[in-house]
Design a protein around this ligand. Sequence first.
Ligand code: NAP
Length: 291
Amino acid sequence: MIQPLILDGKAAAKVIRAELARRVAELEVRGVKPGLRILLVGSDPASQVYVSSKEKASAGIGVSACVERLPESASFADVAGVIESWNRDPAVHGFIVQLPLPRGIDAYAVLKLVSPARDVDGLSPASLGALASGRPGFMPATPLGIIELLWRNGITVSGKRVVVVGRGELVGRPLASMLLLHGERGDATVTVCHSRTPDLGAVCRTAEILVVAVGRARLVTGAMVSEGVVVVDAGTNSIDGRLVGDVDFATVAPRAAAITPVPGGVGPMTVAMLLANTVKAAEQAAGKREL
Ligand code: NAP
């Protein structure tokens, strides 16, 4: 039995926020206050929690975050109106549309309106298309956070066999594109699995690094991984009021070289990367250095 390294996203996110706070202070000296806007449509309870944690984290590093709330009954035109005003407002360096949107509002059509220069969630078709073609602008926060968490723990993906379970638009699919980018944070050999993958365990056992982003509690068990694997669990599932991941920690951790906890792994990194993208957008708008 191995004692795995715990990939502590909470601790890494704290360090990142401190680094970002210093960059925000530098911007403030130059008269720039990074501005983030969040559009929340409807009253999805999980979205309310996510939005308030984004607001709180922003305030903690000196980013000015404002939430615009629209009712469940809002029309596409109402949503489009807010986005178009933010695309033009010089005080807004970045903005996000909190997903999911209420049924009846086409998220793809909404995200198409987001200016790539302010798309700090990296989820607009333009940003995702750029990423898929290897010319990324802003990249989605969760997969960015996964790569950052590995990097900060001295785990490189370059040249490794990485298996990604899940091809969702928020995590698995953009992560696979990032892992294929040229450079030291990419250059992985990537396999992507999904609900139609036969013998998921056999594929997972080929992984040196395994990332699971499905949304099924404890889908991946110890018998499905090889000894010494690095495991990242992006899954969030509520079981009897407790947050559990897609990985069965109890059976997988004893076989892993490193593993993320749930909670406290990928989740905190997601918020930190949203802030990183926002600070980067403000620096770019201020004509400052690239990240
Ligand atoms: P999604 O869009 O619903 O995608 C889920 C993927 O899992 C799909 O590709 C699906 O396959 C695949 N899948 C479903 N059942 C499977 C099975 N039995 N075996 C293998 N693959 C299976 O989900 P998502 O938005 O990417 O999110 C995935 C998870 O990450 C969720 O738990 C979500 O809450 C979590 N998440 C966490 C954060 C964070 O900050 N921690 C952020 C975003 C998302 P098909 O494509 O074939 O249907």
